[in-house]
Design a protein around this ligand. Structure first.
Ligand code: ADP
Ligand code: MG
Length: 149
């Protein structure tokens, strides 16, 4: 499924549509260049679940935890990860065990990260963005319904 996203508000709404549909445990990869809207998507997702503060890319800390609706959401950004082994050291598998995890720059963790349920690829499209969604087809069908409805 490929969705055209004309502006920031709609990108947050796409994030919210995914948040409405998925349940823990789930791992979602957010891939694409800098500035393509990955963090904007994550903000819409995490705020939909009830978080009211800022959502910034955890570029230097690798992960930002959010307690929402009685569960954990982890927002990872592996942009500055030098060695995938660091993920083993931080105990990545424990994080992913029983949480909703959104992960920017999954390519940096190749070889250590488990397979995701959903992969979202963000790219430029005119003045907006295009997001290609791959993975569990039942999930994607529901997201499409929510997002277009
Ligand atoms: P990334 O995390 O991929 O580096 P960000 O989410 O930080 O990207 O977004 C970078 C910029 O792109 C922000 O200024 C944001 O407002 C803008 N943006 C996000 N989604 C869209 C969109 N669909 N169309 C146009 N601009 C967008
Ligand atoms: Mg980002």
């Amino acid at each position: 499924m490929i969705v055209e996203i004309p502006d920031e508000k709609q990108m947050e709404r796409l994030g919210a549509s995914f948040a409405e549909v998925v349940s823990s445990p789930v791992l979602i990869f957010l891939q694409g260049d800098l500035g393509m809207g990955k963090t904007t998507f994550a903000r819409g997702f995490i705020r939909y679940l009830g978080h009211q503060g800022n959502v910034k890319s955890p570029t230097y800390t690798l992960v930002e935890p959010y307690t929402v609706g009685g569960g954990m959401v982890y927002h990872f950004d592996l942009y500055r990860l030098c060695d995938p082994e660091e993920l083993e050291l931080m105990g990545i598998r424990d994080y992913l065990q029983d949480s909703i995890s959104l992960l920017e720059w999954p390519g940096r963790g190749a070889g250590v990260l488990p397979a995701p349920s959903v992969v979202l690829s963000f790219r430029e499209s005119g003045s907006g963005r295009q997001v290609e969604c791959e993975g569990d087809s039942a999930t994607l069908r529901l997201v499409e319904e929510r997002f277009s409805g």
